[in-house]
Design a protein around this ligand. Structure first.
Ligand code: SF4
Length: 492
């Protein structure tokens, strides 16, 4: 009998992509294999996100499509996981009774058990935890993870968010911040390195506040067995150390693991960017020269309405400090256009900050209310605060021009330089060239006279630049991948 198959559709951010890797690992541990296409899969997982616009409509559209498939093939099983499942638990059941399992963000690790329970019981199972349990079971480290890319791994170092950004639904669906124990994380990176991983991306909703919640648990008698066994032994047992690890400590420790060549992290909060983090980035060559520092808005009034916890001036001071401390640093950001009440003057202030910040690139978003957030509730009470869509469109375009101007200038400065890249594979647009990524997180599309596997370390000479990528040629292969790649990646 051939093995049952699965397909996972992921919506949203890297946390969700990482959760999908966890789900894939669980399903494969249960004997399933990846389906050739979603149409053939015996188990379809929709790992949802509620950040994006119309996420619910898209989900219900997709579920409607799956219903006709399930009518034709009753053996098809459907799991809905992720933020939208956490938020709309009952609604999904009401509107899509053919879903077998609804599982939330805090108990992803239970997905396969719940699928078995639904199968055995002959009825759908919904299990949503309101918060993550602070134990090993809740965290990805306890799971078999199937990585999408062999040479690179995501590491969730913290879940949840203690901030209250007015536009954001994350705190409601992901709960309060919980940091994973320091020692456990370092041990996990050591295992990844032994497995041939050379690049690690530390993930957290508010990644650089890592450790804030560890203060008490590490120094009191109430420390959990996990703290004692991992964080305690590795961190708190040394009386010379401060009471809790900072994000900078973790960054340094992970970057010092033998075999780890690159460390990235996302997403940090500007208010939590400490001098120690800048120093750790400067001191450890493995920490990439890239800082993603979400600005969101450049007007102090808008920043206050968003509850971002910094002013434009303070943000720029931090940026200056980071650039002064870390040579050749690339800086990227997120910006929201059209937050309710944003005036022309507010937007001009954003443009000024963006011009002063000289970003390497920016993710720009048009504000749209997310149900359940403070901004959505306020807008409902006062619809007149909505910014006219034509005005928003015009602002968005002006912002794009300013961002692309600095991005292009930054990229042109790199023409003629030799850049080290980690090869990702053939370029998506032109398979005759390879794509690699620099420490600054810039894509280099480059010609190569030989096939190179994903994960190869090489140097390239930059010959040309656009606002979103560099073009170049292979100079030298520095190291071939240590992991065993199943599918060789070749140029041409
Ligand atoms: S820091 Fe703000 S935007 Fe980021 S996850 Fe927390 S509440 Fe959302």
């Amino acid at each position: 009998m051939s093995a049952r198959t699965y397909a996972i559709r992921t919506y949203g951010c890297q946390m969700n992509e990482h959760d999908s890797e966890r789900l894939a690992g669980l399903l494969e541990a249960d004997g399933l294999v990846p389906a050739a296409s979603e149409d053939d899969a015996d188990v379809v997982v929709l790992n949802t996100c509620c950040i994006r616009e119309n996420a619910d409509n898209k989900l219900y559209g997709k579920l409607g499509h799956l219903k006709s498939k399930k009518d034709a093939r009753p053996g098809l099983e459907i799991i809905v996981s992720g933020c939208l499942a956490q938020k709309d638990r009952d609604l999904i059941q009401q509107r899509a009774g053919h879903v077998d399992v609804v599982v939330g963000t805090h108990n992803v690790h239970r997905a396969v058990e719940l699928l078995h329970a639904a199968r055995d019981g002959g009825r759908p199972v919904i299990e949503i935890w309101d918060e993550a349990l602070d134990d090993a079971e809740s965290f990805p480290s306890a799971l078999a993870v199937k990585r999408e890319v062999d040479f690179s791994a995501w590491l969730t170092i913290q879940v949840g968010c203690d901030n209250t950004c007015a536009y954001c639904i994350v705190p409601a669906v992901r709960g309060k911040e919980i940091s994973r124990p320091f020692g456990e994380l370092v041990a996990e990176v050591e295992r990844l390195a032994a497995d041939g991983v050379i690049e690690v991306t530390l993930l957290g909703q508010n990644v650089n506040s890592y450790g804030r919640d560890l203060t008490t648990s590490l120094r009191t008698d109430a420390a959990s067995p996990l703290d004692a066994a991992t964080a305690g032994a590795v961190w708190a047992a040394d009386p010379a150390r401060r009471a809790r690890p900072l994000f900078a400590d973790l960054l340094g420790a992970v970057a010092s693991v033998e075999g780890i060549h690159r460390v990235r992290y996302t997403s940090p909060h500007p208010k939590d960017l400490r001098p120690e983090t800048i120093a750790a980035m400067a001191d450890h060559p493995a920490v990439c020269n890239h800082l993603h520092l979400p600005l969101q808005a450049g007007s102090d009034a808008t920043l206050a309405a968003m509850h971002r916890g910094y002013t434009a001036e303070r943000y720029l001071e931090k940026l200056v400090a980071a650039r002064a401390g870390i040579p050749d640093l690339a800086v990227t950001t997120d910006i929201i256009v059209g937050f309710p009440g944003e005036t022309d003057a507010d937007f001009e202030a954003t443009l000024e900050v963006v011009a002063a910040a000289e970003y390497d690139s920016a993710y720009t978003f048009i504000f749209s209310p997310r149900e359940g957030t403070e901004a959505a509730v306020a807008l409902e009470a006062e619809p007149g605060r909505a910014v006219d869509s034509a005005v928003v469109g015009e602002r968005f375009e002006r912002l794009r021009v300013v961002v692309e101007r600095s991005a292009l200038a930054k990229h042109r400065e790199r023409i003629g330089r030799i850049e080290e890249v980690v090869v990702e594979g053939p370029s998506k647009r032109d398979a005759s060239v390879l794509t690699g990524r620099t420490t600054q997180n810039k894509l280099v599309h480059f010609a190569s006279d030989r096939p190179l596997r994903a994960g190869t370390l090489a140097t390239t000479r930059v010959l040309d630049a656009g606002p979103h990528f560099l073009r170049g040629e292979l100079v030298e292969v520095l190291a071939t991948p240590r992991h065993r790649t199943r599918i060789p990646v070749a140029a041409g």
